[in-house]
Design a protein around this ligand. Structure first.
Ligand SMILES: Cc1cc2nc3c(=O)[nH]c(=O)nc-3n(C[C@H](O)[C@H](O)[C@H](O)COP(=O)(O)OP(=O)(O)OC[C@H]3O[C@@H](n4cnc5c(N)ncnc54)[C@H](O)[C@@H]3O)c2cc1C
Length: 452
């Protein structure tokens, strides 16, 4: 059957955009961390909305599962195919429309990367509100599908807050457009919202209308060291309410130490825990930051960066945390949002859980502390199979016990689908399944994602 499907896919998108090469498929079937491998039967790269529709119609007709792939930076193995799927890549949907400066919006293809979108906004004197360390690879379609957050969420919100309109191809090939030119539109269900954070389980996003923001003229950044995590959380609670807050990031000295060894980065402050603070606005932010640090009791210990180079050096400390995660092999990752009052207790208990299950592992906690959105990463974690599963179960039980959720910003993917019941009750899961059944009764798109 697959030969016939490949012939028809080729007719739909062109010979050079379909591959069944074993090496290509193997490379595209592994997750970003390198920990989880699946298998696929073909890769197809449609170049237009019409071609996406044709591919989905065809796969539905022959009941062949499809896994949607954007930049493949998912940290929950959301793009790893488990049913010898056709891989549908959005990498050719890269058109960026003219920026509407007056209305502060732009329309772009789902395969546009975050950094290309950011550059287009900057060229028009504006700013795109979502930034994340995977910016050079992550696509706006993938970011909408996971409702990505990131380094600027404290100021601009997550991806959902940036989306003004969507073009989606449903699993049966129907093209759905919710692309109103007006900002207020309450005509019927907010259908577009259903696809944001759906992780590709309801259809393929092909284009997005995105909100842009005025770019602040001035920024000031500080890095502060703490002995106790609880003290850092208290300071973050004060700082997140500043009108000019632009970033508030928690860092772990354990990760900084590894980064210093492997990247040669220098840590300008001491402490077991670090807080990166950035403020931004239309006037000089130096005084504003100094006042805020004084009020939070941090003026004595903080290192401050005002000019672009100095600020970049402080940000390098944050970015180095993600860069080194893979130096000892694939890391094991947990993405969790916690009530702020639970963060310090969680960090201590999670470290103890890891010591029991994987004594050689190095736990590193970092993340977007304003929202209590944290990434607990295990470097040099050698457990696999049943042992990995036991560690995951202990960690998920701890997270649930601390009032946290199964997924904060990375989604459920295939890695967390068995744990959805810790965050959602039976009625909720049944309603989600009913939505899936309505749009995709044959479970064609992203069969491995979200539902066990
Ligand atoms: C170094 C690093 C840092 C990161 N930092 C952050 C962070 O700060 N905040 C954050 O939220 N995430 C972060 N992530 C996770 C990841 O970058 C995000 O989840 C991102 O949104 C995924 O985009 P992508 O294009 O790579 O999507 P993919 O990984 O390709 O796909 C993600 C999911 O969306 C589906 N999908 C992709 N494109 C579409 C589409 N067009 N239509 C329908 N479904 C689609 C896929 O099937 C999959 O289920 C980070 C990842 C890395 C590697």
């Amino acid at each position: 059957m697959i030969d016939d499907v490949v012939r028809r896919l080729t007719a739909a998108v062109g010979n050079q955009h379909v591959s069944t090469d074993a090496d290509v498929l193997r490379g595209r079937s592994i997750d970003h961390t390198g920990r989880y491998q699946g298998s696929a039967s073909a890769l197809v790269r449609p170049g237009s909305t019409g071609e996406v529709a044709e591919v989905l119609r065809l796969c539905r007709e022959v009941r062949l599962p499809v896994t949607v792939q954007g930049g493949r930076t998912s940290l929950v193995a959301g793009t790893v195919p488990e049913h010898a799927d056709v891989l549908l890549s959005t990498e050719r949907l890269t058109a960026i429309g003219e920026v509407d400066v007056a209305d502060r919006r732009v329309t772009a293809g789902a395969g546009v990367t975050a950094s290309d979108l950011q550059r287009a906004a900057v060229a028009a004197g504006l700013l795109f509100g979502v930034d994340l360390a995977s910016r050079d690879t992550a696509t706006i379609g993938g970011m909408a599908s996971t409702n990505a957050g990131g380094l600027r969420t404290v100021r601009y919100g997550n991806m959902a807050e940036q989306i003004l309109g969507l073009e989606i191809v449903l699993p049966d090939g129907t093209v759905l457009r919710r692309q109103s030119r007006v900002r207020r539109d309450n005509t019927g269900y907010d259908l577009g919202a259903l696809f944001v954070g759906a992780e590709g389980t309801l259809g393929v996003i092909t284009a997005l209308d995105l909100r842009l923001h005025p770019a602040p003229a001035h920024r000031a950044t500080a890095l502060c060291g703490f002995t106790e995590l609880g003290e850092l959380v208290s300071a973050a609670q004060t700082l997140r309410d500043l009108d000019s807050i632009a970033a508030l990031e928690l860092l772990d000295a354990r990760g900084c130490t590894v980064a210093a060894e492997h990247l040669g980065t220098h840590l300008p402050v001491s402490g077991a825990w670090l807080l990166l603070v950035e403020v931004a606005g239309d006037d000089d932010q130096t005084e504003r930051l100094a006042d805020a640090l004084t009020r939070a009791g941090l003026a004595e210990t903080a290192v401050v960066g005002i000019d672009a180079n100095a600020r970049q050096r402080l940000w390098k400390v944050r970015e180095a945390q993600t860069e080194v995660l893979g130096v000892f092999g694939p890391p094991l990752k947990f993405d969790v949002a916690l009530p702020l009052s639970e963060v310090a207790g969680f960090a201590a208990k999670a470290t103890a859980v890891v010591a029991r299950h994987s004594p050689a592992a190095i736990p590193v906690l970092f993340g977007h502390i304003a929202e209590g959105n944290l990434h607990f990463n295990l470097m040099r974690c050698d457990v696999q199979g049943a042992a990995e599963r036991a560690l995951q179960e202990s960690m998920m039980a701890l997270i649930a016990g601390c009032g946290g959720n199964v997924s904060s910003e990375h989604g459920v993917g295939s890695r967390k689908r068995d744990f959805v019941g810790l965050s959602r009750d039976d009625a909720d899961i049944a309603a989600m399944r009913a939505v899936k059944e309505t749009f995709d009764p044959h479970r064609i798109v992203n069969r491995a994602v979200l539902f066990a």
